[in-house]
Write a protein that binds this ligand. Structure first.
Ligand code: X2X
Length: 335
């Protein structure tokens, strides 16, 4: 048996000191919190743990980035105020929810705007993403260059498959806290309820709502299939997570540390994109094997309904011509 300091001390009945690694014994100079809303098993948190380790190693233990997954520090709404006040240093948030603070950030979630991932990354790593990041910067938050993937969203239900826009009439659906989401499902004549992700499982379980919409990687890692029977592959919008930092906390860090951190955060985001795309491709089979019933609606009836309800025209007016023409450069003509 290897005699460690821990076993020596505890067997002697004295103080048990944490001695897990050499680095852990040296107190980090910067202890920083990164919080998010997703389960620890989602690629976002798997890549984040890897990234925190890479940052620790490259800064020689000066930075200890602690990760708080699964809404441990509160709902998205709570965490957004914490990253603004400095209660947490880092936070990943959907651009659509961030729009409650910076209105234009929801533009990347306009219904049926991006036909595939290729177009998404061209837009988000290109001029549309740059525009949104400039707007976020004006709100006194720091945002990393690479947005992380959430995915193309699909509608799940405990009551019925959604095959056409008509099936959404009167449908009680949970949507994240964001004016764009509410507006979109109102255009479908649904009954949308704004609920933070931290409450979604229980809202579905207790039938406060009949359905919700999320990418397969979230349906699976958050086990929403336990409380939902049908999954309709609507692909009705794409969603991603901006990696945000509290400005004062970020600027307090020495420049060399900021450079190392940004490098690893952006690299982890790019790897997470590949993980999520891979998962979304294979998960339908796994979820079906677990009892979920899938159907493939035609997107045209949904788009048509949005156009006729004036959804695109209304949001074009809100974002303004500059932002809208940036979006249409990647989406093609929407309104
Ligand atoms: O709240 C949601 O549905 C989620 C997890 O997809 C977001 O963070 C937008």
């Amino acid at each position: 048996m290897q005699l460690t300091r821990r076993s020596l001390i505890t067997s002697a009945g004295a103080l048990a000191l944490p001695t897990s690694s050499v680095f852990a014994q040296t107190k980090a100079e910067f202890t920083l919190k990164y919080a998010n809303n997703l389960p620890a098993t989602h690629p976002m948190n798997i890549r984040a743990r890897e990234m925190a380790e890479a940052i620790r190693v490259e800064t020689h233990g000066r930075v200890d980035l602690q990760i708080f997954p699964s809404n441990q520090l509160g709902s998205d709404t709570d965490m957004l105020s914490q990253v603004r006040s400095g209660g947490i240093e880092f936070f990943t948030l959907s651009g659509l929810i961030l729009s409650t603070l910076v209105p234009s950030t929801s533009i990347t979630g306009i219904g049926f705007a991006f036909k595939d991932y290729d177009t998404v990354w061209k837009a988000l790593d290109g001029d549309l993403g740059a525009y949104v990041r400039r707007e976020i910067g004006k709100a006194n938050l720091v945002v990393m260059d690479k947005i992380w993937d959430n995915g193309f969203r699909h509608i799940t239900s405990s009551t019925k498959p959604i095959q056409t826009a008509d099936d959404l009439k009167g449908f009680k659906i949970r949507v994240p806290v964001s004016p764009l989401w509410t507006s979109m499902f109102k255009a479908f004549d649904s009954a949308p309820a704004s609920i933070n992700f931290s409450e979604v499982y229980s809202a579905l379980q207790t039938k406060i709502v009949d359905g919700q919409e999320n990418p397969l990687a979230i349906i699976s890692t958050a086990k929403l299939n336990e409380v939902q029977k049908y999954c309709s592959l609507t692909n009705h919008m794409w969603d991603g997570f901006w990696f945000l930092a509290n400005r004062r906390a970020w600027e307090r860090l020495p420049e060399d540390i900021r450079t190392i951190m940004a490098k690893h955060i952006n690299a982890a985001g790019v790897k997470e994109r590949a993980d999520v795309a891979g998962l979304n491709a294979g998960l339908q089979k796994d979820l079906a094997a677990a009892g979920m019933v899938f159907n493939q609606p035609q997107s045209e009836s949904f788009r048509d309904r949005l156009r006729k309800a004036g959804f695109y025209a209304e949001w074009k007016g809100k974002y303004g011509d500059e932002a809208w023409s940036l979006l249409e450069r990647f989406s093609g003509k929407l309104a």
